[in-house]
Ligand binder design. Sequence first.
Ligand SMILES: *Cc1c(COP(=O)(O)O)cnc(C)c1O
Length: 233
Amino acid sequence: MTLDEKAWQAARTRIDAAARAAGRDPSTVRLVAVSKTRSADDVRAAHAMGQREFAENYVQEAQAKRAALAGLAGVRWRLIGPLQSNKAAVAAEVFDAVESVDRAKIAERLSAARAADRPPLEVLVQVNISGEATKSGVDPGGAVALARLVAALPRLRLAGFMGIAEPTRDPDRQRAQFAILRACLERARAEGLDVATLSMGMSDDMESAIAEGATELRLGTALFGPRPVKTPA
Ligand SMILES: *Cc1c(COP(=O)(O)O)cnc(C)c1O
């Protein structure tokens, strides 16, 4: 299967327009391709178009894809799905970045398992910005404390925060939730933490996220088309 290059161009056009509307330089918004459920061939095709950052939700799926694509230069794998502590050691090996760190135990296990001959694992603290009980992420009130803990761990490099807005079409609600994540970044900076990444915005809410300062978008369907209904375990 070949990728629809027009979809990628359309996504880039949306990002550029939203950035300009917000008075921002489009190059300050990094595009991460969410490749969960997509084949290794899809990733290869995206790589041929210049894409380097890919995100996955499941440790095992990413492990298999990474192995299948070992020869592909410059690819970076990011974990964006919930992480169980018994998978943390494998995750520390498979990924270049973990965006879903939401408790101390996970951070500690990732740091303990990260190999000494690799760069420190990039970490984002996931914050529950929608307030939905079913969603993962630390409460906004605990986000900076967890970030401080991550920053102090030897084999992790704290980069910033990640959040997922509730699935609503209401741009005001989207923006209000993304503003919570931005406030976490600002508080962390005020405390002297070296953080710059705001990973927020998906295919259906990227404009709101960019308006609230997103520096990273995680796009799946906007790039690859609709996902199959069932996701592999
Ligand atoms: C699946 C997923 C995405 C991508 O969602 P799309 O709506 O397909 O763009 C982004 N972030 C997370 C955490 C996801 O699980």
